[in-house]
Write a protein that binds this ligand. Sequence first.
Ligand code: CUA
Length: 191
Amino acid sequence: MGRAVLRPFSRERPRPLIAVHVHPTEKRWFFVAVLLVVVMIGLVVYTAVAMSVHPPSNVEAIDSTRLHLTPEFAEENLGVKREKDGTVVARVVMARYMVHPQEMTLPADTPIVLRAASADVLHGLHVAGTNIATQVVPGYVSEVHTTINFGSVAKMGVPNADGSVSVPLFCNEYCGLGHQSMWGRVRVTRR
Ligand code: CUA
């Protein structure tokens, strides 16, 4: 009868109490599942780094029922303005079932800030050919910082006589029966 010897640095693995048999097919699928997760995380990182696709985050509360009474989202202040420090700011109000203003002119290859607010329910704001895509949540101001690439807008949009290109701005979050008629135009000018 041998005595149990305690060998703390032994390379011998402790014997499992229950022998687990993993079927080879199951093992293969395990690797497939892990690979899928790696591919998906890779895609998120790739689109964020290479294509500037990232969720806009801006926590700024606003009373959606009184937008028209705020100095910023009052009707006369909507649209594109160049602020004193030179930044181009576009202000948009999304309301069932209209985008205000209906048309905006934005310069390409210039840093712009888009600020949007909803007057009623949840809307989505998407400008074709750009990476402008954000939810517009009632009660909050959505803010997008971006630079519009003229080339990618030109591929998507309709050319105008003056050399600018018009692309649609539309609501991409189902907001009610008139959702499909909620859109406007963005005219992008060459810098
Ligand atoms: Cu607003 Cu859909």
